[in-house]
Design a protein around this ligand. Structure first.
Ligand code: RIB
Length: 305
């Protein structure tokens, strides 16, 4: 088993998941099929994905002193993620209300709760841990000041998954290697770093968006494209990595599975292209099961090719 030192600084949620034939339109009530309380949160998902693939992972995050903390942390515990830096704070555990329609498409609303307290002040006492990690992984679900403080403290490689896209200093973005975003987030990030004109200029072209993000000084950019795979942009190259074809039942957390897998391979010494090849397969595996962490593979699971 690989033993890699990854520190994820990110969100922990309880995912309240309803399977439904269709998503409700505004003002509409739809009868769903089933309800489950599952472990989620982008940071927790990424930590579990990396740990299940053999990486040694520590999570810096927070939950509330409430009954949702237990299910939110259950899979992290089972996956041997180090939770000593997960605090119990005054706000409630983060909650995601998720509907998954037939066909696998999801709609998610998040109440951040304790995750909103993971700011620069909270991270002060964790900076030595973050500084000692080989790979630091950050999703966009914690406050800007927390993301910026963690990136500034990192001495290893930083994987920033700007999901959702939040305002972050450009000098901080220039330290990440890689920035991981989906195609919508790529265009929004480009507007944030280079302005509305730059966004208009690339139109709907993900390759052009990737090149423009590199031109803004971000060392490497990975754009996830769902069932189509991913683009890897570094230097002056943009490489397309295709995803294996699978039948999706639930896409929740597929991006997090991708990020966790990518981090696990980078920590093990793979280059970005090879790490992305594995990550698209892990992402594809994850959409074949319900829930986020629930559907992530271990080293014993055969991945789609
Ligand atoms: O990316 C999927 C995750 O987003 C869910 O687990 C949910 O908690 C939200 O944070």
């Amino acid at each position: 088993m690989t033993t890699s030192a990854i520190v994820v600084v990110g969100s922990v949620n309880a995912d309240l998941l309803i399977r439904t034939p269709t998503h409700p339109a505004p003002g509409e009530t739809v009868l769903g099929r089933s309800f489950s309380v599952l472990a989620g949160g982008k940071g927790a998902n990424q930590a579990v994905a990396a740990a299940r693939l053999g990486a040694r992972v520590c999570l810096v995050g927070a939950v509330g002193a409430d009954e949702l903390a237990r299910p939110a942390l259950a899979t992290l515990r089972e996956s041997d993620v180090d939770l000593t830096a997960v605090a119990v704070l005054s706000e409630p555990t983060g909650v995601a209300m998720i509907t998954v329609a037939d066909g696998g498409e999801n709609a998610i609303v998040v109440a951040p709760g304790a995750n909103a307290l993971i700011d620069a002040r909270h991270l002060d006492s964790h900076l030595p841990l973050i500084g000692g990690a080989e790979v630091v992984v950050l999703p966009g679900e914690i406050p800007r000041s927390g993301i910026e403080a963690a990136i500034r403290a990192a001495r290893g490689r930083v994987v920033l998954n700007l999901a959702p896209v939040i305002e972050v200093d450009l000098d901080v973005l220039r330290r990440v290697d890689p920035l991981v975003v989906n195609e919508y987030e790529a265009f929004d990030t480009l507007e944030m770093v280079a302005g509305a004109a730059a966004r208009r200029e690339v139109g709907n072209d993900c390759y052009a968006a990737a090149r423009a993000l590199l031109a803004a000084g971000i060392p490497a950019v990975v754009i996830t494209l769902g069932a189509r795979g991913a683009l890897v942009a570094q230097g002056d190259e943009v490489a397309a990595i295709r995803s294996p074809a699978v039948t999706a039942v639930d896409t929740t957390g597929a991006g997090d599975a991708f990020v966790g897998a990518l981090a696990s391979r980078l920590a093990a010494g793979d280059n970005l292209i090879n790490a992305t090849r594995l990550a698209v397969r892990v992402g594809a595996f994850s959409v074949t099961g319900y829930g986020a962490q629930n559907s992530y593979p271990t080293l014993n699971d055969p991945l789609p090719a």
